[in-house]
Design a protein around this ligand. Structure first.
Ligand SMILES: *[C@@H]1O[C@H](CO)[C@@H](O)[C@H](O)[C@H]1NC(C)=O
Ligand SMILES: *[C@@H]1O[C@H](CO)[C@@H](O)[C@H](O)[C@H]1NC(C)=O
Ligand SMILES: *[C@@H]1O[C@H](CO)[C@@H](O)[C@H](O)[C@H]1NC(C)=O
Length: 348
């Protein structure tokens, strides 16, 4: 054995045991990698399930937008909501009558939106008034016995979304709408049949006639509280789930989330007497609703042009009698909807 062959032998010997060892090591690393990887993934999924599991009972479809396949990309809640606001589903709209032109949208508001509006109104309800035929001033009347309040236009994100959705549905711009009025009717409370178009010249100055009304039901009523159009026939057979009052004409049961749209002007832009409507007395339970009156012209523009002048010569006298406090919506109004006696009430 010469020196060269010895070296070769040694090299061969050294390498021989190393090759399987290296392969083994590589295999071990790969195995280790997979085992730790799957253990981590398993742990991660377990954690997700635990977190979801503890909160899933408190969730509804509304909280998980997209889980039923509606929207699948990542968006902020505000984006999703504003997108939803634009969606009008014609399959949920029922055409009720052409005289008056009336439509019912099933599930126009979500339960959450209904709760939100009721919450905004809850501690601010005051006895409802009706517009005086001559002056247009709000006056108390036996005709209308509910309590109500106004939510300023664009009050918050939810209100903006609802107002936007109403504009999309009615094809009438938001600026033509008045502030949203929330009403609560307790046992026996009602609104006798009336028109939503005005008879006085004062109210007509602001945005012209009311062309349409969107009436949203914010609660279910055990019995009564139907919206009735006494001048329109109803051919349905009505069982005892309807109140006696509701059997006198075309009527709509108040169902939480539903919205009724009807027009007070005909397609020829004349006042429509078939739009006479009222709220039947509540027989059992309580009724909550929200109303949006929509004019033929901008309601914001005409009011804002007012400046700081009283709109009735009697304003000073009324203010001295404490009407600014007793009747603030007519006297003072709000930012979007200024009242008629702002100078005398010293708010401008
Ligand atoms: C206002 O006019 C309506 C319809 O013309 C009438 O039924 C109602 O009694 C009048 N109200 C007042 C307070 O005069
Ligand atoms: C002012 O109010 C009185 C009483 O309500 C009414 O008769 C009159 O028409 C009003 N004037 C104007 C300009 O609105
Ligand atoms: C209101 O009544 C409708 C129809 O009867 C029902 O589907 C809905 O769940 C009720 N909503 C509430 C909040 O009770």
């Amino acid at each position: 054995m010469d020196l060269l062959s010895l070296r070769v032998k040694i090299e061969v010997r050294r390498r021989e045991p190393e090759t399987p060892l290296q392969e083994f090591r590589a295999l071990r690393y790969i195995l280790q990698f997979f085992i730790t990887g799957s253990a981590m993934a398993l742990g991660f999924f377990l954690l997700i399930f635990l977190v979801l599991g503890s909160s899933i009972q408190a969730m509804s479809v509304d909280d998980l937008p997209g889980w039923m396949g509606e929207i699948n990309s990542k968006k902020t809640e505000a984006e999703i909501l504003s997108q939803k606001a634009q969606i009008i589903d014609p399959t949920r709209i029922i055409q009720l009558a052409w005289k008056p032109r009336a439509f019912l949208y099933k599930g126009f508001l979500s339960d959450k939106e209904c709760e939100h509006l009721k919450q905004l109104a809850r501690n601010k309800l005051e006895k409802s008034m009706v517009a005086d035929n001559e002056s247009g001033k709000g006056v108390l009347s036996d005709i209308r016995t509910s309590s109500g309040m106004f939510i300023d236009k664009g009050h918050d994100e939810v209100v903006r979304r609802i107002e936007n959705r109403m504009a999309t549905w009615t094809f009438l711009p938001e600026e033509n709408g008045e502030a949203l009025q929330v009403l609560k009717y307790e046992h026996g409370e009602k609104y006798e049949p009336h028109y939503d178009f005005f008879q006085d010249n004062y109210n007509i100055q602001m945005g012209g006639h009311r062309i349409a009304t969107v009436l949203m039901y914010l609660s279910n009523v055990t019995k009564g509280g139907e919206t009735i159009f006494p001048n329109a026939p109803d051919y349905r057979v009505k069982d005892d789930t309807w109140s006696e009052c509701a059997k006198r004409g075309l009527s709509v049961k108040p169902i939480q989330g539903d919205a009724l749209l009807f027009f007070s002007l005909t397609t020829e832009a004349k006042t429509d007497t078939s739009s006479l409507h009222g709220s039947c007395p509540v027989v059992a339970g309580e009724k909550w609703s929200a109303t949006k009156w929509i004019h033929v012209d901008s309601f914001d523009k005409q009011r804002k042009a007012g400046g700081c002048e009283d709109e009735n010569v009697s304003c000073a006298e009324w203010a001295a009698m404490g009407e600014c406090e007793k009747n603030p919506s007519y006297m003072v109004g709000s930012e979007n909807n200024p009242g008629a006696c702002r100078a005398s009430c010293r708010v401008c």
